[in-house]
Design a protein around this ligand. Structure first.
Ligand code: FAD
Length: 412
């Protein structure tokens, strides 16, 4: 059996794996990427956060993305029962990027993969990692190419960026109960025939049906748009088992967007995913790290997936580089604890969104400027900036302000 050798093997060519590869290439570290599918391939996770721009930049991928002409995203709008909560990333607390993109992921991930290959890093497409054998310094990775040819790769370190493939989480039985449970999603794309000009046809919007249920509209620069719903598994039971019928039934529940898309035909049968959150009890071990969705995925409501995927991909690549050079790395402190700091902020926001507390702040009639800016910084992905009270006190602050709103003691 032919054997391949590399210092760092990256499993998966999604945003997490590509940011890791870009950084390692910049530092001259030998790496190889193995990707199960062929690109372009569909993926969900289309609205990015400004904080991920820094990660793309550090991985030297930003210029390639810029030249692809994706739709720029300057903020987000939330609608509920005639009320509007709008966030503009240029009006946020602290430093950071004011914009990012909303992207069809098939095209976006292809741009990243093409750029990585142009730099000279090999990506083995149509190649699935089936097993990892950890044996001291060098691990052996079993792969299957084109569903038939078996090969082995020897690597000093493995960055598992396999997303829902969950290669090491499954093999090493690392899966754990997710922090958010019981949510499903259904989504499709449309070719918009009558997209309004200007902001109305460019701005990402979330129409909120109730505390647990919301709809997304993401317009792309190629004229297509992404539409989707997220709610409890229970809510989904109230609709047809046929995804196409269920999707139009759900569209009829909308107030703001119901008429706008009534003549549009989905470009593909709506895809339904149940129990969308994921978690593990450990994101590193001797000779490996889990990054992006191969570790944890919370919920789509604040579009944090790719931001966390790129942050963890970059961080793991930095530490893996030191590890393969023989330096001591404190993976617990520098990786696991660091990642949890940011993820736990998003986790509080997601939880308080579904309790309805955060929605009270979003849709308050007279929001106080500094509070709005501090929340906006979190929505832009700046969840490690502890000088922001909405980061530092994330476990209490939303609840406390919602209580004051209820008591009408504060005009936030
Ligand atoms: C309904 C829904 C909506 C979402 N919306 C958003 C959003 O608006 N914004 C956002 O930021 N995030 C969103 N997300 C989350 C987002 O999809 C993920 O967080 C993001 O794609 C994770 O990137 P990744 O690189 O970790 O994994 P992926 O992008 O999934 O890449 C993993 C890659 O690994 C490959 N792979 C899998 N198994 C193997 C194997 N055995 N061998 C080799 N390769 C393998 C896969 O083919 C894939 O290409 C959403 C998620 C859901 C469920």
């Amino acid at each position: 059996m032919e054997q391949l050798n590399t210092k760092i093997l990256i499993i998966g060519a999604g945003p997490s794996g590509m940011v890791a590869a870009g950084y390692l290439h910049k530092c001259g570290v030998d790496c190889l990427v193995v990707e199960k599918s062929t690109f372009p391939r569909f993926s969900i996770g289309e609205s990015l956060l400004p904080s991920s721009m820094e990660n793309f930049k550090e991985a030297e991928l930003l210029e390639a993305i810029k030249s692809a002409g994706f739709q720029k995203k300057y903020g987000a709008r939330f609608l509920k029962n005639g009320k509007i909560g709008e966030f503009d990333f240029s009006q946020k607390y602290g430093e950071g990027w004011d914009w990012t993109w909303q992207v069809p992921r098939a095209d976006f991930d292809l741009v990243l993969a093409n750029e990585i290959q142009r730099k000279g890093i090999e990506i083995l497409f149509n190649t699935e990692v089936t097993k990892v054998i950890f044996n001291g310094k060098k691990s052996t990775i079993d792969i299957i190419i084109n569903s038939q040819e078996k090969k082995e790769i020897k690597a000093d370190f493995i960055i598992d960026a396999s997303g829902n493939g969950r290669v090491l989480a499954n093999q090493l039985k690392l899966n754990a109960a997710p922090k958010i449970t019981g949510n499903s999603s259904i989504f499709t794309h449309i070719k918009e025939k009558n997209r309004p000009k200007g902001k109305e046809g460019e701005l990402i919007t979330f129409e909120v049906l109730n505390n647990k249920t919301w709809f997304w509209y993401f317009p792309f620069s190629n004229g297509n748009s992404s539409l989707g719903f997220v709610s409890t598994n229970n809510w989904f039971k109230g609709f047809s088992n046929d995804n196409s019928i269920a999707f139009s039934e759900m569209m009829n529940c909308l107030k703001y967007y119901q008429k706008r898309f009534e003549d549009e035909v989905p470009l593909f049968t709506p895809v339904k995913l149940t129990n969308i959150s994921r978690n593990v009890n450990k994101i590193y071990g001797k000779g490996f790290a889990l990054t992006g969705n191969s570790g944890e995925f919370l919920d789509p409501v604040f579009s944090s997936g790719v931001a966390i995927a790129t942050e963890s991909g970059l961080k793991a690549a930095k530490l893996a580089r030191l590890d393969v050079e023989g330096l001591e790395v404190d993976w617990e402190k520098e990786y696991a604890q660091y990642m949890q700091e940011g993820i736990s902020v998003f986790s509080s926001y997601v939880k308080e969104w579904y309790t309805g507390n955060l929605q009270k702040l979003f849709f308050h009639d007279m929001p106080r400027t500094e509070i709005k800016e501090q929340i906006c910084a979190v929505l832009a992905g700046y969840v490690w900036n502890k000088s922001n009270p909405f980061v530092k006190s994330h476990k209490r602050i939303i609840k406390n302000i919602a209580r004051l709103i209820d008591q009408e003691e504060i005009n936030i």
